[in-house]
Design a binder for this molecule. Structure first.
Ligand code: FE2
Ligand code: FE2
Length: 200
């Protein structure tokens, strides 16, 4: 396994310990996805001259809470007085926005740039940092991803990270509409903002 050190980020646990914690929380399938997102996110960060350590760490941790129960997420939303509107959604939204709180509490990660990238990895934001963009796009294009449009997504990611973000939001909104799924308001705001930039 490739070794990365997070020299720029203050951590209570080193990467090996974080990895061990993740293994106790995730299926092999999802754990391996997280490793691929870490690597892809670091690659994008290097290419676009973005903070490689933060992009990698947030990529590694982004799905840390994905396999928690709905009950646990609801408990965290209530005990931390997070936006009550979150209760109208589900795991797909919670594992990022609420997951960041779980990561903070269980792994002692307080770096807001890293936590924000986790919060924003499914819904995006109108205010995405470079680190947010790397994780958002890496989650979509990591090497095992395979869906109609993946080649286009990878091409955009090589050409312009902003175009890749816009393409991913367009793809996600279209997918949710097709599946008759509710769409979290931040996702719409992100879509409007990034599409209006005209990168596609
Ligand atoms: Fe996720
Ligand atoms: Fe993911």
């Amino acid at each position: 396994m490739t070794k990365f050190n997070y020299e720029n980020v203050k951590l209570d646990l080193d990467r090996d310990k974080l990895i061990n914690r993740m293994k106790t929380q995730l299926s092999d399938f999802r754990f391996n996805h997280c490793l691929r997102v870490e690597k892809t996110s670091r690659g994008l960060a290097a290419e676009y001259k973005i903070d490689v350590d933060r992009a990698g760490l947030a990529g590694l941790l982004h799905d840390y809470a994905k396999e928690r129960s709905d009950e646990e997420f609801i408990e965290v939303i209530k005990s931390k007085h997070l936006d009550k509107n979150l209760l109208n959604y589900g795991n797909a939204i919670w594992h990022g926005i609420v997951g960041a709180e779980i990561i903070k509490d269980e792994l002692g990660i307080y770096d807001e740039d890293v936590l924000n990238a986790v919060r924003r990895h499914t819904v995006g934001s109108t205010n995405m940092t470079g680190v947010d963009k790397c994780v958002f796009v890496a989650d979509f294009i990591e090497p095992e991803r395979d869906f109609p449009g993946i080649d286009k997504a990878r091409k955009y990611a090589e050409k312009s990270i902003d175009a890749a973000v816009a393409f991913e939001l367009k793809h996600s909104v279209a997918y949710l509409v097709k599946k008759n799924r509710v769409i979290y308001p931040t996702t719409f705001d992100s879509y409007n903002y990034w599409i209006a930039k005209g990168e596609l």
